[in-house]
Design a protein around this ligand. Structure first.
Ligand code: ZN
Ligand code: ZN
Ligand code: ZN
Length: 378
């Protein structure tokens, strides 16, 4: 529990890293039969260039990556100095547009007609503006066209993900010592957020504190409910440290659990283990969901496991690949994702256990290391 913000920042990614990523993205786009990629600010642009504008505004910023030819980024003129300072600035050509001119006309000049993969989170007004100036251009979403763009993490990325997981684990270790009974869910959530920051997170994305019946709603974040002795409490928390995400869940109990609570928790623990043991290169992502789900279904709780078993994690806390029925993508070393089965008994309580796991040549490796056994808190 000594991980502090004083730990050295990892070395930043270099222009060579971004050049290699851009090359790989262009080849993937070509293989997918596309004319290129169109990226607006967000995780894909950050991944390919290191560029993240201070604020995402109505003024269009777009990186155009043709399948052959030079990547070009167009930015609002007032943001050009920031873009020039980007670590990856040497790997793309930079141009700008000024207020008073038509930004879509200027952007359209960088593209030919064709079919492009566009950032999932691009603003509709930007797409509509471009389509209006360039009727022979069509777009498909980045996730649909290139779901694996950021899915394989290199060693530097895995190191950051492991550091984020270790920080979340340290926060969990500390939260076990705080008082639960008699305090509101929001009080414990505030403690968790402070701990994530203390252990080096620059951003806290969520702190779920689902006590008693609230734990049976997987979308419950936290509320004013006062935690009681005898409550199960789902704790699901994560955020960003050194640019990469953490996300872990443990379910704790206030005071002595009942036999039913012990039984349900043990089934979820074994389901999480079964999902983990199914991880190895070449296995379809849906097999992880099936392995965990089969265990819960055989125990008679199948109808109470109401979500997919996991999601990818990297620059964001939810991204492809998804561990879900129907996902045929095969696992490759370097993929990193959650395994988080749960059982939710309406009106009573919920249990979820979540670890971040990465695929190695031999199988799965857990990035979260805290015990899965139900911890007893006060
Ligand atoms: Zn209880
Ligand atoms: Zn989570
Ligand atoms: Zn998750």
């Amino acid at each position: 529990m000594t991980d502090r913000t004083t730990r050295d920042e990892p070395a930043p990614f270099t222009a060579a890293d971004f050049a290699a990523r851009l090359q790989r993205a262009a080849r993937s786009a070509e293989a997918a039969g596309l004319s290129g990629l169109l990226l607006t600010p967000g995780p894909d642009l950050l991944y390919l260039t290191g560029y993240a504008p201070v604020a995402i505004t109505e003024r269009i910023t777009m990186l155009v990556v043709p399948v052959d030819g030079e990547p070009t980024m167009i930015v609002p003129r007032l943001e050009r100095p920031d873009a020039e300072e980007t670590p990856g600035a040497s790997v793309f050509r930079l141009t700008d547009w000024s207020d008073g001119n038509d930004p879509y006309e200027a952007t359209a000049r960088l593209l030919g007609p064709g079919r492009y993969a566009l950032s999932d989170s691009a603003w509709a007004m930007h797409l509509l503006g471009l389509q209006d100036r360039l009727p022979d251009m069509s777009c498909v979403s980045m996730t649909t066209a290139l779901p694996m763009l950021r899915a394989i993490k290199d060693d530097d990325e895995l190191e950051r993900l492991a550091a984020a997981a270790a920080a979340a684990d340290a926060a969990y270790g500390e939260i076990l010592g705080v008082r639960f009974a008699g305090r509101r869910e929001t009080d414990v959530g505030t403690d968790l957020a402070a701990l994530l920051s203390r252990f080096g997170h620059s951003q806290v994305d969520f702190t779920v504190v689902g006590s008693g019946p609230n734990g049976a709603n997987p979308h419950h974040e936290m509320g004013d409910r006062v935690i009681q002795d005898g409550d199960m409490v789902v704790l699901d928390f994560g955020g960003i440290k050194h640019g990469y995400g953490s996300d872990t869940t443990r379910t704790v109990h206030v005071g002595t659990p009942t036999d039913l609570e012990r039984e349900v928790h043990e089934i979820v623990r074994r389901a999480q283990q079964a999902g983990f043991e199914a991880v190895r290169p070449g296995v379809e992502c849906q097999e992880i969901d099936r392995a965990a789900r089969a265990l819960i279904t055989e125990a008679g709780y199948g109808e109470y496991f109401i979500h997919r078993v996991g999601h990818g994690i990297g620059l964001t806390t939810h991204e492809p690949p998804y561990m879900v029925e129907g996902e045929r993508q095969r696992m490759l070393p370097g993929m990193c994702f959650s395994i988080e089965p749960g059982i939710y008994l309406p009106g009573r309580f919920g249990v979820r256990i979540e670890d971040i796991v990465t695929v190695t040549a031999e199988g799965g490796r857990r990035l979260n290391r805290t015990p899965h056994e139900m911890a007893i808190v006060e």
